[in-house]
Design a protein around this ligand. Structure first.
Ligand code: ZN
Length: 339
């Protein structure tokens, strides 16, 4: 009854890249790198299927980072001379590339891993792309001088790649917009519009993932400052409810997001985060079923998808594999309990 899916990223094996890092260095180069990216993608497809996950992803094994993996393929960006910039409203510093000229795609961005994944699973395939607002927050602008204009330029490029991914046979295209939880007014004002521009013309299922970030120290410390009730979703959910985007992913388990926020997503499929990505403790099926049960007060059964709070990239492989299994078992238990 309850479909299971992951937010997107999975840990990279030690033979592919440095482990437990957000911007890991690759362990190989050239053709050898392509080969290990391929191997890691296949490994995680198998692991997701073995765990019993319904919607399969490529685990983002072929990209170094969820934003820069896309930006690397864009002309008009200086990737050699990166600068240090505070991102997510200065929550943490990152080495970011600079936008120095009009933006254009150099060619396909994710054809290799999308086509590979499509050829190796019969299950529904979800593919993730960064959202325009989050990209804008993860590059330094030396050219546009206007956030919205630059976001729309990125949205056009995202749209080109999204349409090509759809042609590759991807069933669900998800845009990741953690920046929506940081710049709430701007997200409601133009972020959702830019997102819709990125999804324009898609006939496959469209989704957006909005979270409180990976389980890294800077994010965990930030969460401690957000108080007892996290109401960031309150501004952007009504704008999303009115949008053309069909699925919305939100952080739930171990968060302070009030459950009733889900009420604001009427008419949307809701990917409820039932797996904590900031803790190595493995959720029990009972805990997961309980979270699903509480969400059912606000989301109709047929619209609830059990999901992880965010990507699992910075975790160990072992923990991620066990969390995938827990997710499937918990959803199965919930299906029996709430049938
Ligand atoms: Zn996330």
């Amino acid at each position: 009854m309850f479909t299971t899916a992951i937010a997107g990223s999975l840990p990279k094996p030690a033979w592919l890249a440095e482990t437990e890092k957000l911007w890991p260095q690759w362990k190989a180069q050239g053709d050898a790198l392509l080969q290990v990216k391929r191997d890691a993608t296949l490994l995680w497809i198998k692991a997701q299927e073995d765990a019993g996950i319904d919607v399969i992803g490529d685990g983002e094994q072929a990209r170094q980072h969820f934003v820069h993996g896309f930006v690397e393929h864009v002309e008009g960006i200086d990737f050699v001379n990166k600068v240090t910039m505070g991102i997510r409203n200065n929550r943490y510093d990152a080495q970011v590339p600079q936008v120095i000229a009009p933006l254009r795609l150099k060619g396909r961005v994710h054809a290799f891993e999308a086509q590979l994944a499509r050829a190796h699973t019969q299950k529904k395939l979800k593919f993730t792309l960064p959202g325009p607002m989050t990209i804008v927050d993860t590059v330094a602008d030396r050219f546009y001088g206007d956030k919205v204009k630059m976001a729309m330029a990125f949205a056009e490029l995202l749209n080109q790649e999204a349409l090509a991914l759809q042609a590759d046979g991807v069933d669900i295209i998800q845009f990741d917009e953690p920046a929506f939880n940081v710049y709430m007014d701007e997200a409601a004002d133009w972020g959702v519009k830019a997102l819709e521009r990125a999804a324009q013309g898609l006939t496959c299922t469209t989704a957006v993932h909005i979270c409180y970030g990976y389980g890294i120290e800077a994010n965990n410390n930030w969460k401690k400052t957000l108080g007892d009730e996290w109401r960031q979703y309150e501004k952007v959910f009504p704008a999303l409810a009115k949008s053309s985007i069909q699925q919305v992913s939100l952080e739930c388990f171990h968060s302070h997001v009030p459950m009733e926020m889900m009420k604001l997503l009427e008419g949307k499929d809701v990917m409820v985060g039932v797996i904590d990505v900031a803790s190595t403790e493995i959720e029990t099926p009972e805990e997961i079923a309980d979270t699903i049960g509480r969400a059912l007060q606000f989301v109709p059964k047929h619209r609830l998808i059990a999901c992880t709070n965010c990507g699992l990239a910075p975790m160990t492989r072992d923990v991620a594999e066990r969390k995938l299994k827990a997710l499937a078992e918990g959803a199965r238990l919930a299906s029996q309990r709430y049938a």
